[in-house]
Design a binder for this molecule. Structure first.
Ligand code: 6PG
Length: 477
């Protein structure tokens, strides 16, 4: 092949790993371009086996790819992505496809897709999950864009995607314009929640027992054999086992406890706010990272001291409660995440198949977990499922772990250990199942100070009470 069938722009770790993954699949020849020539040359030197076609200008890059051309952009989300798109649009032709594989904000993708479509070139915003290893060996891929573009890129993306246990590639056409990046954003929000829940579980066990991180690693490794089986639990055990070469201490004790974030978690929370979907577990996970990073405030607050009722129970029963609490809360986080996809899809008129979303998250991505098989089945059985936790498997799982979650949140509260994501998950479960909520009082308050009106349970219409006058009620519509 003298010409490439696919190009990659942006050769930092994710881009070069994806390019190598592409090159390793039969039938692919990969064109590469990077803004700094040095990086391109380095990649060629390091990986002669990939047989890359390197270019040092966008014109040459376009000439090196067979028509209709397909190129994947792997640069930083934001201005860098816009700059590369502008350059590619100048040298590409109608019918070609530009894929943005970065973590773009989905509204940017909607804007870009619209602008690029006017040139006749197809633009696909695609979520790619799995980190550096996933990019190299098989990520989970979430492309948006037009159905026509999907047909062009499908064989290439299927060739590099992770394969689930049943052999199917973890890629599907999510929906038009920004749908792929929207779903990737929610994936990351769930990732935040999952990580925070695991961290809270670890913290509880550490506080309750005298076990070392390495011993707690064994607990997580054991948990990974059951219903919690997932990539994040697996790597948690590895992180906890790591010893710092310099001090000989567990590395987790040496790492500064201030969690970073690049933005996709808070974008997810904003989407929850915009769509009115209560993704409280994800929100608490995002805020937990912000709180951890408020180092000087934390110092000030530590001086306040605190009062506790009693220490955490230290026995095996409590550890089993933590495991079950983690599972229940994890189900809540995924249920909330799928809910915001469902409502977001309606708002943006995307035809998103939730069963397919769960299916392509079963391998390759950061939140891959055995229980995604159950989510796949639940939405396959009922594509209109309103609430994931109401599907029989999940309803049973919650019923089986509810008391554990209550005991864990109560014990943490009495002992003064923060469990924001566990508590938010429990409160969500209690509120969403409550027959009656104190929202009625909130409506009364709103009507009192602002004549915001309310509805009644016993008759149609909208009402207002003259609170300060004669307290008479009038129907206002
Ligand atoms: C993935 C990850 C990846 C990245 C996150 C981390 O799916 O491969 O989600 O996209 O690791 O953006 O984000 P934070 O730096 O915000 O934790």
């Amino acid at each position: 092949m003298n010409q490439a069938n696919i190009g990659v722009v942006g050769l930092a770790v994710m881009g070069s790993n994806l390019a190598r993954n592409l090159a390793s699949r039969e039938g692919n020849r990969v064109a590469v371009y990077n803004r700094s020539e040095g990086r391109t040359k380095e990649l060629l030197d390091e990986h002669p086996e990939a047989n890359f076609i390197a270019s040092y200008s966008y014109e040459d890059f376009a000439a090196s790819i067979a028509k209709p051309r397909t190129a994947i952009i792997m640069v930083q989300a934001g201005a860098a992505t816009d700059a590369v798109i502008d350059s590619l649009v100048k040298v590409f032709e109608p019918g070609d496809v530009i894929i943005d594989g970065g973590n773009a904000l989905f509204t940017d993708t909607i804007r870009r897709e619209k602008a690029v479509r006017e040139t006749g070139i197809n633009f696909v915003g695609s979520g790619i999950s799995g980190g550096e290893e996933g990019a190299l060996h098989g990520p989970s891929i979430m492309p948006g864009g037009s159905a026509e573009a999907w047909e062009v890129i499908r064989p290439i993306l299927e060739s590099i995607a992770a394969r689930a246990d049943d052999g199917t590639p973890c890629v599907t056409h999510i929906g038009t314009d920004g749908a792929g990046h929207f779903v990737k954003m929610i994936h990351n929000g769930i990732e935040y929640a999952d990580m925070q829940l695991i961290a809270e579980g670890y913290d509880l066990i550490r506080n309750a027992t005298s076990q070392t991180p390495a011993e707690i690693a064994d607990i997580f490794a054991e948990w990974n054999k059951g219903e919690l089986d997932s990539y994040l639990i697996e790597i948690t055990a590895e992180v906890l086992r790591q010893v710092d070469a310099e001090t000989g201490k567990p590395l987790v004790d040496v790492i500064l406890d201030a969690a970073g974030a690049k933005g996709t978690g808070s974008w997810t929370v904003k989407s929850g706010l915009d769509t009115g979907v209560p993704i409280s577990g994800i929100a608490q996970a995002v805020f937990a990272r912000s709180l951890s990073s408020s180092l000087s405030q934390r110092k000030v607050a530590q001086r306040l001291g605190k009062q506790v009722v009693e220490g955490l129970p230290a026995g095996a029963d409590f550890i089993e409660d933590v495991r079950k609490a983690l599972y229940a809360s994890k189900i809540v986080a995924y249920s909330q995440g799928f809910d915001v996809i469902r409502i977001g899809a309606k708002d943006h008129e995307w035809d998103i198949n939730l069963s397919e979303v769960a299916r392509i998250w079963r391998a390759g991505c950061i939140i891959r977990a055995v229980f995604l098989n159950r989510i796949t089945d639940a939405y396959k059985q009922d594509p209109e499922l309103e609430l994931l936790i109401s599907a029989p498997y999940f309803a049973d799982a919650i019923a089986d772990s509810e008391l554990s979650l209550r005991r864990v949140v109560a014990a943490a509260s009495l002992a003064g250990v923060a469990v924001p994501a566990f508590s938010a998950s429990l409160s969500y479960l209690d509120a969403i199942r409550a027959e009656r909520l104190p929202a009625a009082l909130v409506q009364g308050q709103r009507d009192f100070f602002g004549a915001h009106t309310y509805k009644r349970i016993d008759k149609e219409g909208t009402f207002h009470t003259e609170w300060s006058e004669d307290r008479s009620e009038t129907r206002v519509d």
